[in-house]
Ligand binder design. Structure first.
Ligand code: PHE
Length: 452
């Protein structure tokens, strides 16, 4: 007898669970550093344009596929068309690559919680504090292992729901705290206003191929697309809930948090560096270098810093749980061993794969893969290669094999799909062509064939 698939309760249940997966380090850590690096306002503009077109179309398609088949990625593609089973497999590789390095950054967040909680704000505000820290071997490895172990314990004990409940309270508070930090920085720090302008005013001379490549990769990452997660979430969604409306809500929330995080970090970078280009192009360390400087100038900065990083930690944890859950459930479906054993295998795998990402900044800093640090390489392979490939094939699959009508019918179970024309055109023509161009240019430029 087949087990009845459990489903999210009510409308808001689905939106909150999907938003919990979507909102994470991608919004708070990754988006601001990419926006700073790739042109500020122009990056924001390209990102929003991609989110309302590709992001919308893909998220709608993935959720509809999941709800239609009542299966998660591998099974869903297989059920709709046997020849496409491989897409599900490809999509499943993505969370396996992301999870380990996500936990490395989760570990950095934990270190910062304890740093502020023990009153170290002024030491942490020094420019080389962060690079010195990740340049050591033991401590970053310890925090990384703790973060991944914690995620595993939650998935192992099946207490995800409890964590989600806590994070439901914490997320809105995080938004409030971010707004507070934005206002504080802009009102009290000289030079911050130039950063606001850099972030909000698109400068078309800064538009490059890399702006578009980075924005597209970020879109998939941030909205948890092109890795089968939204298919799984769709499979748990009740039939009487509007997919179209839910997607709008998730998009607004996810993009809103990313937007605010950029507004919090970029003006601060300007204020503390005088708009120096090299400070803007810092990359993954940007949040960890910039925010302590702000907290250090605040009254009760240690407390506010600690609270802020605790909230970021929760956002990261809910996303890490959804990543690990996906990997565990794929493994459970494939192997005939229990869920708990699967958890242990995934934990061991993530530990092994995460170590090089962590050591890439210290003991193994000489070791580069196509010119990239290990963490950057994993990030590149998942965001700039595998996800666009999966997204491209998903578009072809929906556009030409099962046909947009299959998705539209699923969506119209709850009333008219207002953007259906737009959806069909995007999924059949605009998205696949653009994704293909973007994918080719990112791969060619990584190998140094072209310069974009
Ligand atoms: N979307 C999450 C974030 O922005 C990351 C993530 C990707 C989570 C894929 C789950 C799956 O941080």
């Amino acid at each position: 007898m087949s087990e009845k698939r459990s489903s999210f309760t009510g409308k808001i249940g689905f939106v909150l669970a999907a938003a919990g997966s979507a909102v994470g380090l991608g919004n708070i850590w990754r988006f601001p550093y990419l926006a700073a690096k790739y042109g500020g306002g122009i990056f924001l503009l390209v990102y929003i344009a991609l989110a309302v077109t590709f992001g919308f179309a893909l998220m709608v398609a993935e959720i509809a596929i999941g709800r239609k088949t009542q299966l998660s990625a591998i099974g869903a593609f297989k059920a709709l068309d046997k020849r496409f089973s491989f897409v599900g497999v490809l999509a499943s590789i993505v969370p396996m690559i992301i999870l380990p390095y996500y936990a490395v950054i989760g570990g950095w967040v934990m270190k910062y919680i304890f740093g502020f909680a023990s009153g170290n704000a002024s030491a942490m505000a020094q420019s080389d504090y962060f690079s010195n820290y990740i340049g050591t071997v033991g401590e970053p490895l310890f925090w990384f292992a703790l973060f991944i172990a914690l995620t595993a314990v939650i998935v192992f004990c099946g207490v995800e729901k409890g964590v989600e409940k806590v994070s439901k309270f914490i997320m809105p508070l995080l938004v409030v705290l971010i707004v507070f930090i934005v206002i504080y920085t802009v009102c009290t720090t000289d030079g911050a206003w130039e950063g606001v302008i850099y972030y909000l005013k698109p400068d078309f001379s800064k538009l490059s191929g890399m702006t578009v490549v980075a924005a597209l990769g970020q879109l998939f990452y941030s909205m948890s697309l092109a890795m089968g997660i939204m298919i799984t979430y769709g499979s748990y969604m009740k039939k009487d809930i509007s997919i179209e409306k839910s997607v709008h809500q998730i998009e607004i929330f996810d993009t809103g948090v990313a937007f605010l995080a950029g507004l919090m970090i970029i003006p601060a970078v300007f204020a503390f560096s005088g708009g120096d280009e090299s400070a803007l192009g810092q990359g993954p360390g940007l949040m960890f270098v910039t925010l302590p400087k702000i907290f250090d100038t605040m009254p009760a900065g240690n407390l506010i810093g600690a609270v802020f990083f605790v909230m970021v930690f929760f956002a990261a944890l809910t996303s890490a749980i959804s990543l690990m859950e996906t990997v565990v459930s794929i493994l459970c479906d494939k192997l005939t061993i229990g869920r708990k054993s699967c958890c242990l295998i995934v934990l061991a795998g993530a530990l092994l794969l995460g170590i090089p990402s962590s050591l890439g900044y210290s003991a193994w800093s000489e070791f580069k893969i196509i010119g990239m640090q290990v963490l950057d390489f994993f990030d590149f392979i998942s965001n700039s290669v595998l996800m666009p490939v999966v997204a491209f094939i998903t578009c072809l699959f929906v556009g030409y094999f099962i046909k947009p009508k299959a998705v539209i019918d699923e969506i119209e179970l709850t009333g008219e799909f207002k953007q259906k024309k737009f959806f069909s055109v995007t999924i059949r023509y605009i998205a696949p062509i653009c994704i293909l161009l973007i994918l080719l240019s990112s791969v060619l430029s990584a190998f140094g064939v072209i310069n974009i």
